[in-house]
Design a protein around this ligand. Structure first.
Ligand code: FRU
Length: 444
C-alpha cells in the first residue's frame, strides 16, 4: 500500500481536513476529508492512514463513505474516541436538499442540512458503513440554537463519567457560535451550553478545546483552536485557523473567548487543525495545508492537499507554542552538506537568523525586518499571484533560532522551538540554498 514519509498527502485526488486523529491500540490513525474522484472538493469520504511513529504513514482504503439518507452527500469532519476498546468516529452527516443536475458532488447554494453521526469500528480497520453508523444529533430546527445547514465538526472527549462534544455553528445574524453537548451513552445528547461572540467570523469550523498545564506557572489553562470562516474578509483565504487561551469550566462548559485570537500558523495556508494525545500524553496537533493547485508528475496520480508536520502544543508564560513533534525532530539525524542534498527528499535546516541576512531556499526567501520574520514565495508560487505571497510573524525582539523543514511542496519554519510557526505551500522549488550565515543541514 502507498506510504508517505512525514507528511500525509492525498493518495491521488483531493484531501482537506484531518479527521479522527487518535493513538489507538498501539498505532496512530489519521483520517481525512477525501474526494476520491477528482482534484477538487466534492462528496466527502474519510480517507485513512496509520503510523506507529508519526513519521512513516501507510494509506488504507476509504473508511467512511455516504451510505445513509442522512449522510448521502458527505461525511464531513469529525474526531475519534476510544470507548471500551472500540474506535468511535464522530462526524457531520450531510444531505443535500436539491441535487445539482450537472454535478451531484457539489451543493446548490447552501441547500443542505447537517446532522451529527457516529460510526463504531471494532478494530480501527473495519468500517461497516451499513451496520455501524448512527445519527446522534438530528439537524437543528430551532434557529435560536443554531443553523440547520452550517452546524458541524464534532470534537468529543470524556470528562469524569460523561462524554462532551463541541461543535461549530452560526447565529441567525451570521456570527460564529459554539454548541456544547453531553451524553452518558454516546447516543443521547443534550445541550449543555452555547457561546457566541461578534467580530470573529461568521461560522466557526472545527472547534477543539483542551487543557494544558502552563510549564512556567504550573497553572491549568484551556486552549481553544478553531477555524472561523470570514475572519479575513476580502482575501482569497478569508478563513483561518486561530487559537487562544480561554476561560472554561469543564462541567458547565461555560467559556469566555477573548477579543483577539492568534493565528496558529503565520503562513496562513494551514487550516482545520485538530488535536489528540500521543502515546506519551503530549497534546499533538495535525492540520491541513491548503494547496491552490494539484501536483502533477508523469506516471503519478495528481494529488492536492497534505498534512503539516505533527506539532506538540505547550503553554509557557501564557503563550501557546507549536513545537515540531520529537519523533519528527529525531528523524533528521544525518548531517549533510548543502552540496550533497537531494532536493526531492525532505531536509531540515537550522540557523540563527540575523538582520540583513536573506536565507533563500530554492526561490523561497526568509529574512528579518522591523522585528518580524518575513517570507516571500513569489518565485515558487508562479501563476498564483492572486494568493498571498508575503507573510510575517509578530514582532519579537530577541534571538531568531530557526528550525526549517523543507520538502518539495512545503516549507515549515519553527521560530525559537515553536514560539511562532510559519509554513507555506510552494511549487517548483529550485535545487539550491543560498545564505551568508551559518547553517546546519540534516536529512533522515
Ligand atoms: C473545513 C471544513 C469543515 C467541514 C469540511 C468539509 O475545511 O469546511 O467545516 O466539515 O471542511 O469537507
Amino acid at each position: 500500500m502507498k506510504q508517505d514519509m512525514l507528511h500525509v498527502k492525498a493518495p491521488g485526488n483531493w484531501m482537506n481536513d484531518p479527521n479522527g486523529f487518535i493513538f489507538y491500540r498501539g498505532e496512530y490513525h489519521l483520517f481525512y476529508q477525501y474526494f476520491p474522484y477528482g482534484v477538487q472538493w466534492g462528496t466527502m469520504h474519510w480517507g485513512h492512514a496509520t503510523s506507529t511513529d508519526l513519521v512513516k504513514w501507510t494509506h488504507h482504503p476509504v473508511a467512511l463513505f455516504p451510505s445513509k439518507a442522512y449522510d448521502q452527500n458527505g461525511c464531513f469532519s469529525g474526531t475519534a474516541l476510544e470507548v471500551q476498546e472500540k474506535l468511535v468516529l464522530f462526524y457531520t452527516a450531510v444531505r443535500y436538499e436539491v441535487i445539482n443536475e450537472e454535478n451531484v458532488h457539489v451543493i446548490v447554494e447552501d441547500q443542505f442540512e447537517s446532522s451529527q453521526a457516529l460510526m463504531i469500528s471494532e478494530d480501527g480497520y473495519t468500517f461497516d458503513n451499513l451496520a455501524s453508523k448512527q445519527q446522534i444529533i438530528p439537524p437543528i430546527t430551532d434557529a435560536a440554537l443554531g443553523d440547520r445547514t452550517h452546524t458541524r465538526d464534532p470534537k468529543v472527549w470524556s470528562y469524569r463519567d460523561q462524554y462532551y462534544m463541541i461543535i461549530g455553528t452560526k447565529t441567525a445574524d451570521k456570527q460564529g457560535k459554539l454548541l456544547f453537548y453531553n451524553s452518558m451513552d454516546l447516543l443521547n445528547w443534550s445541550i449543555v451550553n452555547t457561546y457566541t461572540k461578534s467580530g470573529l467570523g461568521h461560522m466557526w469550523e472545527c472547534p477543539d478545546i483542551f487543557s494544558l498545564t502552563d510549564r512556567t506557572s504550573g497553572e491549568q489553562e484551556h486552549v481553544l483552536l478553531m477555524s472561523p470562516e470570514g475572519i479575513q474578509p476580502g482575501m482569497l483565504y478569508p478563513s483561518h485557523a486561530m487559537c487562544s487561551l480561554v476561560s472554561f469550566q469543564e462541567e458547565s462548559c461555560e467559556i469566555v473567548i477573548p477579543d483577539k485570537l492568534h493565528l496558529v500558523d503565520y503562513g496562513q495556508d494551514l487550516y482545520a487543525p485538530q488535536t489528540n494525545l500521543d502515546e506519551a500524553g503530549r497534546r499533538v496537533m495535525v492540520a491541513w495545508m491548503r494547496m491552490p493547485k494539484p501536483v502533477e508528475k508523469a506516471g503519478e496520480r495528481p494529488w492536492i492537499g497534505m498534512m503539516a508536520l505533527p506539532r506538540v502544543i505547550e503553554v509557557e508564560q501564557e503563550h501557546i507554542y507549536f513545537r515540531v513533534h520529537p519523533e519528527v525532530q529525531q528523524y533528521f539525524t544525518n548531517n549533510i552538506s548543502l552540496e550533497q542534498l537531494d532536493y526531492a527528499e525532505p531536509f531540515h535546516l537550522q540557523t540563527t537568523l540575523h538582520e540583513h541576512h536573506v536565507l533563500d531556499i530554492g526561490g523561497y526567501r526568509i529574512w528579518l525586518e522591523g522585528g518580524s520574520l518575513h517570507t516571500d514565495r513569489t518565485d515558487v508560487f508562479q501563476g498564483l499571484e492572486q494568493y498571498n505571497l508575503h507573510f510575517q510573524t509578530p514582532e519579537w525582539h530577541g534571538e531568531w533560532q530557526l528550525d526549517i523543514f523543507v520538502e518539495p511542496n512545503l516549507i515549515e519554519i519553527f521560530v525559537n522551538q515553536g514560539q511562532y510557526v510559519l509554513s507555506n505551500v510552494v511549487y517548483d522549488l529550485k535545487a539550491y540554498v543560498s545564505y551568508e550565515g551559518e547553517l546546519k543541514c540534516k536529512i533522515g
